[in-house]
Design a binder for this molecule. Structure first.
Ligand code: PMP
Length: 394
């Protein structure tokens, strides 16, 4: 039976990781995979995470099953972090999930249970796993324009025109902040306009919030999400703790379903419990417990926020340095978009041939669509990358 299986295309980013590992050149630079790295190229465990783990090790008395939808304390703490003052438990159903990917998958499943013929509108480009999961689920997808190749900013007129085609029963998938793969983001005014369009179409927005705290700050990065939540009665939010808590392998995420009334909330909560039961039963707990320990302890929370700010500030500095280096080398400001982008990624707008040249001649690995991971840089590699970008003719 198993010999009937068809070979699967390898994930392009994971394949690039393998190619980088096999490269024997000295001084090779990995700007591919989306993991935060410090100046030494290491992905550290955050101080507050270590402290919380120590506390758990001393105080945890049982590893028995927890709650099918995840511990209430985790779901409350995360919902508050995402929604701020808009947190209203009577309106929100919540589900602890296996990372942000699990939240997206369960969110898509929930939406399809409620709207079997839904179409999902996604930004072009988007994180490839969005479309890959939806394709596997057999869900119809519709791209909306997002990135303007000329300005390397958002093609907002195109985006608005395409979103206007959505209708009730469809889902509009939005990146809450730090758009992956482009780094180009909506302004507050544009989020309000998106809310107008969503309202007019009657479609259900689903926000992927995988980088809260990596762009303009913990509160600022939630602003777009909160604008939508304030205006639209039903919203799905799939959030990840992988990046902002640096607990990638613990697989902690959350799905929030904001509903218009308590009866709908109860239905959504029941459907979420069902989905977890059918998929993997109880969600992983260790990462969720770390997050809860940090968010509910003033000192740990303050230390975590301070370290998150260091991480964010470091990436902004690298952006400014790279843009400045490119300003000097190119004698123009055509790379200033790198400084305006937010989050871990920027799309350079290089051709596949130029990306290949940068890899072959400079041993610098970018994703094929010219996405670069800013956090993969340090003070030494910034000028090397800038030189490679110019020499490749970008
Ligand atoms: N959404 C986006 C846009 C992402 O970039 C990622 C991580 N690469 C995720 C969701 C999921 O993250 P995880 O499953 O690792 O928590």
């Amino acid at each position: 039976m198993l010999s009937n299986l068809k070979p699967q295309d390898p994930d392009k980013i994971l394949a690039l990781m393998g190619e980088f590992k096999a490269d024997t050149r000295q001084g090779k630079i990995d700007l591919g995979v989306g993991v935060y790295k410090d100046a030494t190229g290491h992905t550290p465990i955050m101080r507050a995470v270590k402290a919380a783990e120590k506390r758990l090790q001393e105080n945890e008395t049982s590893k028995s099953y927890t709650v099918l939808v995840g511990e209430p304390a985790y779901r409350d703490a995360m919902a508050k972090m995402i929604l701020g003052d808009l947190y209203a438990p009577e309106r929100i159903a919540t589900l602890a999930t296996v990372g942000g990917t699990g939240a997206l998958r369960q969110g898509f499943e929930l939406a399809r249970m409620a709207s079997p013929d839904m179409r999902v509108f996604y930004s072009n480009p988007t994180w490839p796993n969005h479309t890959s999961i939806l394709k596997w689920m057999g869900v119809e997808t519709v791209p909306y324009r997002y990135f303007d190749d000329a300005t390397r900013g958002v093609d907002f007129e195109g985006m608005k025109a395409d979103l206007a085609q959505a209708k009730k029963g469809d889902v509009i998938l939005l990146h809450g902040c730090c758009h992956n793969p482009t780094g180009a983001n909506l302004t507050v005014a544009q989020w309000n306009e998106v809310a107008d369009i969503v309202e007019r179409t009657g479609a259900t927005p689903m926000i992927d919030l995988a980088y809260q705290g990596f762009g303009d700050g913990l509160e600022e990065d939630a602003e777009g999400t909160r604008i939508i939540v304030k205006r639209i009665p039903e919203v799905l939010i799939a959030a990840s703790c992988s990046k902002n808590f640096g607990i990638y392998r613990e697989r902690s995420g959350i799905l929030l379903a904001l509903t218009s009334d308590p009866a709908a909330r109860d239905l959504a909560q029941g459907a979420m419990a069902f989905l977890n039961r059918q998929t993997y039963s109880f969600p992983p707990d260790h990462g969720a417990r770390i997050v809860t320990t940090i968010l509910t302890d003033d000192a740990l929370r303050a230390d975590w926020k301070a370290e998150l700010e260091e991480v964010r500030g470091g990436m902004l500095r690298l952006r400014a340095n790279l843009a400045s280096e490119l300003r000097t080398l190119s004698g123009s400001n055509r790379f200033d978009f790198i400084e305006e982008h937010r989050g871990m990624f920027s799309r350079l707008g290089a051709t596949p041939e130029q990306v290949k040249k940068i890899k072959d001649e400079f041993a610098i690995y970018l994703v094929g669509d010219s996405r670069l991971n800013i956090a993969g840089l340090n003070d030494e590699s910034v000028p090397i990358l800038a030189r490679a970008i110019i020499d490749a003719g970008v």
